[in-house]
Design a protein around this ligand. Structure first.
Ligand code: SAM
Length: 429
């Protein structure tokens, strides 16, 4: 297990039961590490940021009085908020976080050593996971305290606020925190659309929390704004979706939850990848196809439309992307042949199971920190391709991925280039 190099407080030597919750919290937070990151990069994320600490301090009196059905944590990064809430509060906390990697971090931290600390004198603590997009009522029904790391996009915040207003108790308190530099007035406005009172706490160590209370009656019954839908008629999209010898669909519908990359629009890189569709393998060679890092799932749907006999997997680490990929496929009548999976960098793909993989890899983490996700996706694609199978990848030309793709997936050629993007084809030997 990884430990932070300099824990905030020394590991306790007294039995955990005799430590008060604040002391246990300090020990728990001190033991968290960014995971699976190794924490060695100077620009890397920290396991517990000032926002986590501010939110837990603001929440402490409420947590102390909370019951087992009261507390929900959304958007936890490495487990600090969830483990903190369990340490200071009730023995059961509900939790949702978009990225499967954040979930893995929480699981990792709830492993034996920390579980004892979190539990203190209690017999058991329970972490209940539920998906905001497919199980919102399970996640939020009757909640009285929601701790939230503010998401980067207003659309994602809107979707969260609407779900809380729809399902939580009337007296719910939402504590939503972020780094001051990432916070805007529009976030207050988004919360104010669902709650009657929104105020900000004082900033502390460059973090601030918004406190939203008073569910608006009209927000309880409002029709959900997400997944948002749009009908796309982009030429490249329709042409790529045409099966060999068949005609293009008149349009393609995209469904996108708030947190999804590019929302309901067609990303420029994705559009450029679609212009190469004529050169993708023929239908006789494609039985299993993959949209790796599927986002809204437009590529998964194009694959299912273009190859009417193929099975298609869309995989993404984001729960919003997984739900959107499935919804987009269903909206275009191919839901039965598209399976959306949640996994980190394609690690969930079966070895030697795919004939064609399309990839528009991420180049930034949600917090604008560079990641190695693209390289891990190349390796996962290499493993997942059958012999002779092809990985088609689009990326910013400046990234020079050809050698890495060759190493990871097989001999790679540049197929198309415009001033901004390059499309490559890698073929598995
Ligand atoms: C550039 S977007 C492409 C989305 C979609 N394929 C499209 O063309 O619009 C990259 C996608 O990779 C996903 N992603 C980022 N890091 C990931 C990881 N470690 N594992 C799996 N997916 C990841 C993001 O959630 C995002 O949906």
């Amino acid at each position: 297990m990884h430990h932070a190099s300099e824990p905030d407080s020394p590991a306790p030597t007294e039995p955990f039961e005799s430590l008060d919750p604040a002391a246990r919290l300090a020990a728990v937070l001190g033991a968290l590490a960014p995971w699976p990151e190794d924490g060695s990069r100077p620009d890397g994320p920290v396991a517990v940021d000032a926002t986590d600490r501010l939110l837990l301090d603001e929440a402490a009196p409420l947590l102390a009085d909370a019951g087992p059905d009261d507390v929900v944590v959304i958007g936890d990064r490495f487990g600090a908020l969830t483990l903190g809430a369990l340490t200071l509060g009730p023995s059961r906390v509900r939790s949702f976080t978009d990225a499967v990697t954040a979930e893995a971090a929480l699981d990792h931290h709830l492993s034996a050593d920390l579980a004892d600390l979190v539990r203190g004198g209690r017999r058991e603590v329970h972490l209940v996971r539920a998906d905001l997009y497919t199980e919102a009522s399970h996640l939020l029904a009757g909640a009285r305290l929601v701790l939230l790391q503010l998401p980067p996009s207003l659309a994602e915040l809107t979707e969260i606020a609407e779900a809380v207003a729809r399902y939580a108790a009337d007296d719910v308190v939402v504590l939503a925190g972020g780094r001051v530099k990432h916070m805007t007035r529009s976030m207050n406005e988004v919360l104010a659309a669902s709650f009657t009172d929104v105020r900000a706490t004082l900033a502390r160590q460059k973090s601030r929390a918004l406190v939203a209370t008073g569910v608006r009656p009209e927000a309880r019954d409002a029709a959900p704004a997400f997944p948002a839908r749009a009908v796309l008629r982009d030429r490249e999209l329709l042409a790529a979706a045409a099966p060999s010898g068949g005609t293009s669909p008149a349009d393609v519908t995209v469904a996108a939850h708030g947190g999804v990359f590019a929302g309901t629009t067609l990303d420029l890189g994705t559009r450029f990848l679609l212009t190469t569709a004529e050169k993708w393998p023929g239908a006789d060679r494609v039985h299993d196809a993959v949209d790796l890092g599927s986002g809204s799932g437009l590529l998964a749907t194009v694959l299912a439309l273009r190859y009417p006999d193929a099975r298609v997997v869309g995989t993404d680490r984001s729960a919003a992307a997984v739900a959107s990929t499935q919804a987009t496929a269903e909206a275009n009548g191919v839901g039965g042949r598209v399976v959306a999976l949640r996994g980190d960098a394609g690690e969930d793909l079966e070895p030697a199971s795919a004939d064609l993989i399309l990839l528009n890899p991420p180049f930034h983490d949600r917090t604008a920190v560079r990641t190695d996700a693209a390289h891990r996706m190349f390796r996962a694609a290499g493993r997942a391709l059958r012999q002779g199978g092809e990985l088609w990848c689009v990326f910013n030309t400046a990234l020079h991925y050809r050698e890495a793709l060759t190493r990871a997936a097989g001999p790679t050629v540049h197929v198309a280039q415009n001033p901004k993007f390059t499309v490559t084809r890698s073929r598995r030997r």
